[in-house]
Ligand binder design. Sequence first.
Ligand code: ZN
Length: 384
Amino acid sequence: MFISAISTVQNIQNNNFNVNKVATQPIEIKKTEKNDNMSNASKALQSYFLGGQKVSFGGTSGFKIKKLEDVPCPCCGQIMLTPESTEKHVNRLKLAKGNKLADRLMNEEMPVLRSNEKAAAWIIANTVKNTEMNIAAGAKKANENLPKGFNAYCQDVLMNAAIICEEELGENSKAGQYLMKKMDEIHDCEKFYRPDITEEFAQFKSEMSHEQYHKLEDTLMTLPLDYKNVSRIMDGASKETTVAVANRLLGPSLATAEHVLPHSLGGSNKASNFLSECAGCNNPRSSMPYAEWFKVHPEFKRNAQGYIEHVEGRIVNGELPATYDSYPVDIKETLTNESEGQIVLKVLDKAKLVELREMKKAGQEVDIHAETEKAEQEKQDEQE
Ligand SMILES: [Zn+2]
């Protein structure tokens, strides 16, 4: 099953590998509207950031959050890899063949792959099953009839979503019927575009709980963006060595420093302007405004909150330098401005994080999510 996003990279130790260059080619996004206009808020922020009020962390390479293992991407919500853990995953794939390879791709690797690469890995896994093929031979063979594999993967994801619907909402729910209908309609891979489905599926929001909707949305987000992107991965992979194919699949999972206000628009190289985001989400967004990007990643708002609570946990654990104590408040401000109020994170301030770190040091349990809710409630009470 590929729908669970449980990390398989936990407890991976950092060995001193030579870091390979990882394939992180940008993904093309279908442009439905003009998305290269800089908002007024962006322009205002540009001058604000150029003013240099915030502490500098020495550019993208000095941004320490992207160097931690097991951080969930604020955009897609999936666990990101460091160069060291990427190498571990690549090593597990490069020598595997046949059923063993299929099993690794489907079970161990699937949770750490981004959606287009999930599709590619699934198609390769089904090709190498009951053969002696390695990942390079599998990619070559699978690419010979890619539309068939692509359609089968999309149908499989929709089937899984339909099964969740049935389990959660019973037989014959409208949402379930919609998914079955979509499954039947997948014939022309060229026409497939994930946001068409996720945007239509939003109409069923009122028919289920938040949790049920999020579970289904997360499942639908394992659909590839479109055929073109998967085809590009497979075209490249069909001509490469096993190591290069494995790197191509895993590269987009690598943690990178995302400029919230794009660097090309004057965004600063400071932690207060950085999210640690996977290459698969960072590269295609480029300088696209958030309003446009939310159509491709509707789950961003929810995942950004999960990200910041995770990072606050790492701050409280003492895994980041004390200079990061003000990161949650700073990044909240940057995101609020740049998303024009569409993302307003709930964060803990520096004083609270320092207090919680002391509690943790003294051996007390700390629940970041509960503390965040409590702080938010106190703030609301104050305002009333
Ligand atoms: Zn991501």
